[in-house]
Design a protein around this ligand. Structure first.
Ligand code: AMP
Length: 189
């Protein structure tokens, strides 16, 4: 089973992907977490990545595709996986699509978490207090939201148009458990 989470920053992708990963026993692949782990290596590449991520910009498609092609080849992905934060652009999706074709796999469901902008800002601000993420600072949030509209929203539109049978728009303004139940019901169908 291959599941994809889409949504603006703060929409709850990570929380929902983790809950579902525990329930369905599938690996949760968060590109944000993978990149943040990479930052700890403090080599030249990670310093470059830190600058990009702290500014709220997206890391290049080439780097993400390279990271994911390695990660998706891991044995734990054989029976399926949950993607949180990838693909995030049309270019990444093209690469991912080629991976699927080459490996004779297909997407099971795409969950697009939709929340209003006021809720996004409120959630990210409260996450900043607990996780202290540099890119959750108020002045960076706006750039992340605008990158979402420029780069990721077109991908949502692409999926809703071309994969309408697998694409599910989820009301992300509900509380965590209700969203989880909505998603679980669809995944088990
Ligand atoms: P996230 O934890 O998903 O909000 O990601 C945090 C940051 O990591 C983003 O603002 C980007 O700088 C970077 N990032 C994560 N996933 C991707 C991706 N698929 N493509 C480009 N940049 C990414």
């Amino acid at each position: 089973m291959i599941l994809i989470f889409l949504g603006a920053p703060g929409a709850g992708k990570g929380t929902q992907a983790e809950l579902l990963s525990n329930k369905l026993n599938l690996p949760h692949l968060s590109t944000g977490d993978i990149l943040r782990k990479k930052l700890l290596e403090s080599d030249y590449l990670s310093l470059k990545l830190k600058k990009i991520m702290d500014s709220g910009d997206l890391v290049s498609d080439q780097i993400l595709n390279e990271i994911m092609s390695i990660r998706l080849n891991n044995l734990d992905c054989k029976k399926g996986f949950i993607l949180d934060g990838y693909p995030r652009t049309l270019m990444q999706n093209k690469f991912f699509h080629e991976y699927l074709e080459k490996n004779k796999k297909s997407i099971s469901h795409i969950f697009d978490l939709k929340i209003n902008e006021a809720t996004i800002i409120e959630r990210i601000k409260s996450r900043f207090k607990t996780e202290n993420r540099e890119d959750d600072k108020t002045e960076i949030i706006n750039n992340r939201i605008s990158k979402y509209f420029q780069e990721t929203k077109p991908l949502s539109d692409h999926f809703s148009f071309n994969n309408s049978d697998k694409y599910h728009l989820i009301n992300g303004n509900q509380d965590i458990e209700m969203i989880h139940q909505d998603i679980l019901k669809i995944s088990r169908n």
